[in-house]
Design a protein around this ligand. Structure first.
Ligand code: HEC
Ligand code: HEC
Length: 235
């Protein structure tokens, strides 16, 4: 499993490297006839101030770097990379600091996000977090009904025999989370959710206050994780 992760991470780094050169190459040669993109962004709504007030300007580092894996608006193209759109700002700030301080130490964190977090100037962390927090979160998508039903039961009710608490107690009945501590899960990629539950279970991710998620993940089987991830994707 570990070896697979490491190979996977090597591949994504290569892929991201090729993606990274793409936006700048494109920006350097705008089609002659295209309207200036800024014109639309500064249009002013009638009485309620600028339209973009709810959508802060895209930070330069997001355009040049983060977007290669997380998408320009925080909706990522694959389950190896989490969606950041609609996630709570304080949670995003904490995660960036935790990567920087090496408190999340699963293979994907080590091989990719430790370096990414280290290159974010500390003064820019909250601007970047706020930008992703203010984007529209991932849309729900339908999944295998059997898995969804099993996942829903655990998410909403936990499991009395193993003292597993209901996920909704902290992440909310619709998976939108509760700031500042409890992250949004709704609509997140299944592969990412499963990878994080495994990382909590193995202790490679040890940044949860009072070991809350490590204690919970220790009670989950692989089948539980798969079912929970399917249900979360439908939220
Ligand atoms: C090469 C791909 C790649 C790039 C570029 C990248 N990330 Fe990530 N990001 C990842 C991966 C992979 C993870 C999951 C890490 C793990 O499994 O612990 C992640 C996780 C995160 C998380 C945690 C999300 C959560 O729900 O806990 C945040 C926040 C984040 N990245 C922010 C950023 C920011 C900000 C940038 C730009 C400075 C960036 N990333 C650039 C691949 C990337
Ligand atoms: C007692 C509160 C609590 C309960 C119950 C709980 N969680 Fe969490 N969960 C947290 C906290 C706190 C974090 C954030 C840890 C951190 O700061 O990185 C978290 C983080 C997560 C993450 C990582 C999100 C990301 O974007 O990386 C996943 C996945 C997750 N929880 C799934 C679940 C599932 C599935 C259940 C039910 C089986 C559950 N949680 C129950 C408190 C809880």
């Amino acid at each position: 499993m570990r070896a697979w992760h490491l190979r996977g991470a090597g591949f994504t780094v290569l892929m991201a490297a090729s993606l990274l050169s793409y936006p700048s190459a494109r920006a350097a040669t705008p089609p002659a006839s295209s309207p200036a993109p800024k014109a639309a962004a500064v249009r002013v709504a009638p009485a309620s101030g600028p339209i973009f007030s709810a959508h802060p300007k895209t930070p330069a580092l997001v355009t040049s770097t983060c977007s290669a894996c997380h998408g320009l608006t925080g909706i990522s193209p694959t389950g190896s990379f989490p969606d950041l759109a609609g996630q709570w700002e304080p949670y995003l700030v904490k995660q960036i600091r935790d990567f920087r301080d090496h408190k999340r130490a699963d293979p994907m964190a080590q091989s990719i996000m430790w370096g990414m977090a280290a290159m974010i100037p500390p003064a820019k962390i909250s601007e970047i977090a706020l930008y992703f927090a203010s984007q529209k979160g991932p849309a729900p998508s339908p999944e295998n009904p059997k898995l969804v039903a099993a996942g829903r039961a655990l998410f909403m009710g936990g499991e009395i025999s193993s003292h597993l608490p209901a996920c909704m107690a902290c992440h909310g009945p619709t998976g939108r989370g509760v700031p500042p501590l409890f992250p949004r899960l709704a609509g997140q990629h299944q592969a990412y959710i499963i990878a994080q539950l495994q990382a909590f279970k193995s202790g490679q991710r040890a940044n949860d206050p009072h070991a809350i998620m490590r204690t919970i993940a220790a009670k989950l089987s692989q089948a539980d994780m798969t079912a929970l991830a399917a249900y979360i994707r439908t939220l």
